[in-house]
Structures are given as structure tokens and as C-alpha cells.
Design a binder for this molecule. Structure first.
Ligand code: ADP
Length: 472
């Protein structure tokens, strides 16, 4: 079975969040299970692209509206990524240093999707399944079936995977002329509330869709930025498959990015060494419980509550907790955190920006990881944390609810709260502090956490089972 994963992020080529981690791991695990899984993504002006060898495998061109666009497809088949990778370059659109943040992302992702279809059509590439990831490639299921140029590809099955339903790729109908010419009477399959909505189009036109956890699938019918009724309507082809973690990259026993490797047998001393070195590096005392936040400064992540949590906690003259924050995004959130940092340092340390190595060090060094998400399709941070013996303190939503069991329950190994409020986070932090004072109990949950199996093997097989269902 040949599968193409189509995505605009893939670790280690270009990563902004969990989408990259999934697309950088899932195909590798699928290949181990005998599936010919490949990744196609845009060409980015990134260090990885310049420091590795790529060869040109195809060239072509097409009109996007009145503009003629040329594309080049590069392959990196002999990579050590564990799967063949193809990059599509379109000068002016798919040749930029960052994945997101340009004013013309609709045009960018349209160019990507059109170039991809043009390439596979003209080079006789016929995957059995195209697994599209998120709204950037959400028009593929529609374009395969409803365009003059690509009807020959209509038999290819599509699985659309939703990593984040908050972003839908809305574009004004005046951009409709940029699409390859389509059956105009089918416009309704593109439209949602008067705009072209790639996510809604994908849900309607794909053969099946999946979310990255069961919990999130259930939540989308209640909260999906206007698409709730669509998710109710199309539920018959919905599947929830929880993400895994790539143990080649996220394993404290052999992670080259952390100071001291450890296993569940040596976790106590291993984490202590990592914590001491890390705290010295970021300027924190190392004799308190270390709680860490890693992630995008975004509303859905609940990052806007962090500054209030800090003010509330430290204004009570509490001094048995240190907090490390690693993230970037909303400038207002960053400013508020900066103010708290100036007031409470050295109890708090922050790093504004994206730093993969620092994230690994922080997972290894921290005692607790905080995820106060409003919405969490799966969440990878808690899965990485668990593997590193770092206890998750999370809001019980989406994938967090599916993967973290509170210590008050049988087999629990984390701290879960439900209300999105400073009080609720504060009392849960205090619960974690009290628990950590009982050294034996803490060491039991640490070991329990590390023994959990969130590797990709099981979930990669579930994707394959789903492809097989589509091909029946
Ligand atoms: P999302 O994809 O919604 O941002 P996930 O929890 O699924 O959230 O994935 C986040 C991924 O991005 C994790 O691998 C996390 O370690 C990483 N990450 C997020 N922010 C940063 C940062 N500032 N520096 C390093 N890694 C980060």
C-alpha cells in the first residue's frame, strides 16, 4: 500500500508544533509495518534543507488565476528520516524561511495543493491513500473529485487528519478563481457561511477523517468554531486515533540533548543531575519543585492565564516552587509573563522563542509540566513529559483527558483540574506540592509515568487499519 502524507510541517525539516512531530514520526512507524509511506511538504528556506542533499525529480507549471507558477519537486529519498521526503518549491510562495505568518497564506497553500496534484498526475504517481493533515491541504479531497484537470485521480482515497480544528483556512470567495477550474455547481462543497472554508470542505469531501484523540473528536461536535453541526452530520466517517511519541527522539535513556541519560531505574538520580544543571543554566534555585510550561503563547493553550497564576501564587509568599516558561507567540501574553518574571525572579525563569534542545532539557529537568489548555486536540507535551518521568498537571480537555489520569484515581499518575481558573490551577499546584513531599509516593507515580506506552506502534497500526477499510 502506498500512502502520501501531505503536510506543511514535518520534523526536523520545519516544525512549529505537534503537527510536525506527528508527520515526522507516523510514516516511519508505518514503514516498519510494511506500508510504503511518504511525506510531501513545501520547500522552506530552512537549515535542514541547506544542510542535506536533495535532487530534482520533477518540474512543471500551472496557472493560479492569471499568474503562471513554476514548481520543482525535490526528493530526499536516501534520508535518515525513516521515510522518503519530497519538497515542492514554488518561487514566490513556497520558498520562505518561516512556515506561517505571511499575509498570503491562502495563495501559498493553494499553490502547494495545485502543484502536488499536477506533479502526481503528470508523473504517474498513484498512491492508494493521501493522508492530508490540517486545513492547509484541506482542498485536496474536493479537488480530486471535482476538477477537470484532476478527475483522473478521483479514485485515490483520502483520509483527512485534524490536528487543530480552531484553524480552518477561511478565504474570501474572490479567491475562488485561484483554484484549478472546478465544477462550479459544486461550490457548496467549498463554502461555509459565505467563505471558502478548506477544513469544512475536507470534512465533507474526504473518505474518512480522524482527530488526534478520541476526546477531541467528542468535543468538536460542541465546539468547533462554527462547524459543530457539520461534525454532527459527518460523524459516520469520523475516527479518533491518539498521537504517539517517537522513541528514537524522545527517550531519556538515549536522548543526546539532555545532560544525563536515565531510565526508570535511575530516574531519581538522573533527574536530579539534569535539574541541577538546568537550574544553574537558566538561573533558578534547584531545591524547589520545578514546574514548567512549554508551548505556543496562544489562547487555546491557556497561556494567557500563566501571568495571573504566577502573581497569585507568589503573592501568597509561597517559596517552595520554581517555574520555567519556554514559549513564543502572542506578544501581549509574553509582555505579561515578562512583568511577572521581573517581579519574581529568581523563582521564575523564562525563555522567549523556540528552542528544541532547551525543551528536551526542560522535560528531563522538571518535576511537573503545566498544560492549562482551553482546547487540546491531543497534546504531545504531556506524553513527552510522562516518558521523562515528569508529572503532568493538566486541564481535563481533549487528548489531555484521554492520556492523563489523576492521582486520586486508581492507577493515576498526574494532576487534573477542570475549571479554567487561577484558583483551580493554584489549588492543583498545591495538591502536587503536597504529593511531592511524600517522596515514596512521588517516586511511584514517576515510575508509573515512565512505564506507560505511548509509542507510535499501536497508533500507526490504527491508521493502517483505517486505510485498509477505505480500500475495501
Ligand atoms: P501544538 O501543536 O498545539 O502547538 P502539541 O503539544 O501537540 O501542541 O505540540 C507542541 C510541540 O512543540 C512539542 O514538541 C513541544 O515540545 C514543542 N514546542 C512548543 N513550543 C516550543 C518552544 N518554544 N520551544 C521548543 N519546543 C516547543
Amino acid at each position: 500500500m502506498k500512502v502520501i502524507h501531505l503536510s506543511v510541517e514535518c520534523y526536523p525539516v520545519a516544525k512549529v508544533g505537534g503537527l510536525a512531530d506527528v508527520v515526522g514520526a507516523l510514516p516511519k512507524y508505518q514503514r516498519k509495518l510494511g506500508v510504503d509511506a511518504n511525506v510531501v511538504m513545501p520547500w522552506f528556506d530552512k537549515p535542514y534543507v541547506h544542510s542535506h542533499k536533495f535532487e530534482v525529480v520533477a518540474e512543471g507549471g500551472f496557472y493560479q488565476g492569471s499568474q503562471y507558477l513554476n514548481y520543482t519537486v525535490f526528493s530526499h529519498e536516501e534520508s535518515n528520516l525513516g521515510f522518503p521526503l519530497y519538497l515542492i518549491k514554488v518561487p514566490g510562495f513556497l520558498d520562505r524561511p518561516e512556515v506561517y505568518g505571511y499575509g498570503d497564506d491562502s495563495e501559498q497553500w493553494l499553490a502547494f495543493q495545485h502543484a502536488f496534484l499536477h506533479w502526481i498526475l503528470n508523473n504517474n504517481i498513484r498512491p492508494d491513500v493521501i493522508n492530508c493533515h490540517d486545513h492547509h491541504v484541506g482542498l485536496i479531497p474536493f479537488l480530486l473529485k471535482n476538477t477537470n484537470d484532476f478527475r483522473e485521480l478521483a479514485g485515490i482515497k483520502t483520509l483527512f487528519t485534524i490536528h487543530n480544528g480552531q484553524y480552518q483556512g477561511w478565504m474570501n470567495w474572490n479567491k475562488g478563481i485561484l483554484l484549478p477550474s472546478f465544477d462550479t455547481w459544486k461550490w457548496g462543497l467549498l463554502d461555509w457561511g459565505g467563505s471558502i472554508n478548506p477544513l469544512s470542505s475536507a470534512i465533507r469531501c474526504c473518505d474518512a477523517y480522524s482527530t488526534v484523540s478520541e476526546g477531541y473528536l467528542g468535543e468538536l461536535v460542541h465546539e468547533a468554531k462554527g462547524l459543530e453541526s457539520l461534525f454532527v452530520d459527518q460523524a459516520y466517517k469520523a475516527h479518533g486515533i491518539v498521537n504517539g511519541i517517537d522513541l528514537d527522539l524522545w527517550n531519556p535513556a538515549k536522548d543526546p540533548l539532555i545532560l544525563s541519560n536515565y531510565t526508570s531505574r535511575t530516574v531519581k538520580s538522573g533527574k536530579r543531575k539534569n535539574k541541577e544543571a538546568f537550574c544553574e543554566k537558566v538561573g533558578l534555585p534547584s531545591d524547589c519543585l520545578l514546574l514548567t510550561y512549554i508551548g505556543r503563547f496562544a489562547y487555546e493553550k491557556g497561556a494567557d492565564i500563566l501571568a495571573s497564576v504566577l502573581h497569585n501564587y507568589y503573592s501568597q509568599n509561597e517559596n517552595n516552587l520554581t517555574i520555567f516558561i519556554l514559549g513564543s507567540g502572542d506578544e501581549g501574553i509574553q509582555k505579561d509573563i515578562e512583568i511577572a518574571f521581573e517581579k519574581y525572579a529568581p523563582k521564575i525563569a523564562v525563555f522567549f522563542g523556540y528552542n528544541e534542545a532547551l525543551a528536551h532539557e526542560a522535560y528531563a529537568a522538571s518535576d511537573v509540566i503545566l498544560m492549562p489548555s482551553r482546547v487540546e486536540p491531543c497534546g504531545l507535551n504531556q506524553l513527552y513529559a510522562l516518558k521523562y518521568g515528569t508529572i503532568p498537571l493538566v486541564r481535563g480537555v481533549g487528548g489531555l483527558k484521554d492520556t492523563v489520569i489523576d492521582v486520586s484515581q486508581e492507577d493515576g499518575y498526574g494532576f487534573v483540574f477542570n475549571d479554567f481558573s487561577v484558583q483551580s490551577i493554584d489549588s492543583t499546584i498545591k495538591r502536587a506540592l503536597a504529593y511531592s513531599a511524600k517522596e515514596k509516593d512521588w517516586s511511584v507515580i514517576t515510575r508509573k509515568a515512565m512505564a506507560l506506552d505511548f509509542s507510535w506502534d499501536k497508533s500507526a497500526q490504527k491508521y493502517i487499519d483505517l486505510y485498509n477499510q477505505l480500500l475495501k
